[in-house]
Ligand binder design. Sequence first.
Ligand code: HEM
Length: 594
Amino acid sequence: MKRNRHVRLDDVVQQIEWHKGDVPVWGALFVIGLCAATAFLVNAAVSPKTANPLLVVLCSIYASLGAVTAIREVRSFRRQARMLAGLPGPQTRHVLGFTDILTSKEPHRLLLDMAERYGPIFSFRVIHLHLVCITDPAVAMDMLKSPYVDKVRFLYSFLDPFLMGTNMLTGHTDKHWKAVRKGVAPAFSAQHMRSALHSVVECCGALARYMEVQGPRKAMDVDELLLRESMDVIGRFGFQKDMGAIASLWRPESEANHNVRALLESTEEVVARTKTFMRWWQLWRPDVVAGWVTLGRFKNIIRDLLEHMKSTKLEPGTFADLLMKTKDPRTKQLLSDKQLLPEIAALFFAGIDTTGHTGSFCLFLLSQHPEVEAKVVQELQRLGLCASVQRPEPRQLAYADLAELAYLQAVVKETLRMFPPVAIGQARLVSADLKLAGGFCLPAGAAALVPHHAMHSTSFNWDKPNEFLPERWLVPGAEYAVSKKQQMANGDISADDAHASSAALLEDTEGDNRQPKRYIPFAEGPRNCVGQSLAKVSLVATLAVLLSQFSFKLADDMGGAEGVRRAERYALVNGIAGGLRMHAIPRLAQQKEE
Ligand code: HEM
C-alpha cells in the first residue's frame, strides 16, 4: 500500500472487523460448518473405526444445534409468508429476491411506482427478508412508534467502518443509544437555536460574498457550496471549530480544501463500497487507494475534532460539550475516545448532506417557479431583508424574523415533501407480532419499510403530488393524513384546537400524537432526527440570506429541469450526481437594469 498518512493500518483492521460482523459472512460460515460437520458424520458412520470420538460428539452437537436453528429460521420465514400472503406485491423465485430495487440509482422512485401500483401496504422479498412497504400514514405511525421494532442493523452496519464504529445513527435502540440521545438532545432545544442562527448568518454571509465575487456569468456548483456552508455551521455551532469549508474556496490547493473535499467525497466512497462489496481490499486499483485516502482524511478530521473538544473550553450546552459529559450506561464512566469518535462522525455526517442537498433542491425548484420566487422576495422585502436600490445594505436577519417568514417556510416544507433527503425512508425489524391500525398484523421477524418519498408523493396521500405548491402548507395541519381543515369541517375538532396544533416548519410538531402524519422528512418515532431544529433554522435562514441578495438561474449545461431530474441519484441520501450548477444574479444589479 502507498505510504500515506491518510491511510492507517487500524482503519484496515477496523474494516476486517466490520466484515467479521456481517450477516452474510456469519451465514456462509454457518452453512460451510454445517456441511463439513454433516460430511464428517456421514464419513464416521461409513467407517466408524477411523473416526475420532471427540470430533464425532462435537460435530453431532454442532449439526443438531445447526439443524434446530435452520428449522426455526425456515419455520419463521414460512410463517411470515403465510401471514403476509394476502398482501399485494411483486413475486420472484430469484434467490436474492428484489435486492436490486434497494441498490438501484433511484430506489425511492421505484418504491413510489410500486406504491401506486400495489397500494398503501405491499410486500416483496429481499434475500431471506419479507419487506413490508407501508405508505398508509396510520399504519406507518403505529409501526414506527412501537417498542417492538428496531433499526435493521444489517443495513446500517455498512456505515460503521466509515463512521469509525457503531453510533447513535446506526446502533440498536438500546440503553447506550438512549444515553447518548438523551445526552445530546438539549443542544437542539429552541433556546440554542438563537446561537445556531448566529452561526448560520455568519457562514452564509461568507458564502454570499464568495458568490458576489464570482459574478453572475460564472456557473457555480451551488450544491457543493451549500454542503460547505452546512459543514461550517455544524463545526461552528456544534463544536466551536472553524472548519474553513467556505474560506478554503479561495485557496483551492490548501490542505484545508483537500480535507473539505474529502469530507464531501467520502459518501461517494461509502456508496461505492456498499455496491461493490469487496472493493475495500482491492488495493492494486488506483481509485480504491484514492478512496482509502479520502476516508482516511475524513477520519483524521473527526480525530482532530475530538482533540479540539478536549483542548478547548467548550460552551455549556453545545453538542460537543454534552457529548463529553455523556456517560456509558454500562460502565457509568464518561464515553471513551473510541466511543466518542463514531458519535462525532455521525453528528457531522448526518447533518451535512441532508441539509445541503435540501437547500440545493429548494434553489432548483425556485428557479423553475418564478411566481413562487416572487412571493418569497415580497415576503423578504416586507420585513426589510431584501437589498434594494433605496437600501443596498439590507437589515441583518434576526431570530424573530424566522417565524414571520411563513411563505419561505412553506417553500422549504414543500421541497422536503418532494425531495426528502432520506428518500428511501426508515427500515425496521419487527421483534413480535404487531397489530397495527385497521387490524393489519405484521409478523415477528418481518422487516417494515416506510419510504419517505413514496409516503410524500403517492396520489392516495396527496392532491397533485407532483406539483410544487408551497401554498398547501398554509393550511393548518397539512402534514396530517386528515387535515385539520377537514376535521374541523367534520366537527371532529374545534378551530382553537386546530390552530394550536398547526405546524409551522420551526415549531415542534411532536405535541400532536393523535393524528397520523403523511409528511415525515425527519422520520417519526424514537429514532427521528435529533438535529431537525438545527436543520430547519439553517435552511430557512440560509435561503433568506441568499435569496435576499441573489436570484438563481439554472446553468444551460444542466439540461433544464429534465436534466436535473435525470441526474437525481440516491447515494446514502438523495442528491444530484455531478452537482447543481447555477448562476447567482445579484438582485440589486437586476433592479438597476429594470
Ligand atoms: C434537512 C435536514 C435533515 C433531514 C431531512 C434529516 C433526516 C433524518 C432522518 C430521516 C433520520 C432517521 C434516519 C434513519 O432512521 O435511518 C435522521 C436521523 C438523525 N439525524 Fe437527521 N436530518 C437532517 C439534518 C440533521 C442535522 C443538521 C443533524 C445534526 C447536526 C442530524 C442528525 C441526525 C442524527 C444524529 C440522527 C440519528 C438519530 C437517532 O437515531 O437517534 N440530522 N435524520
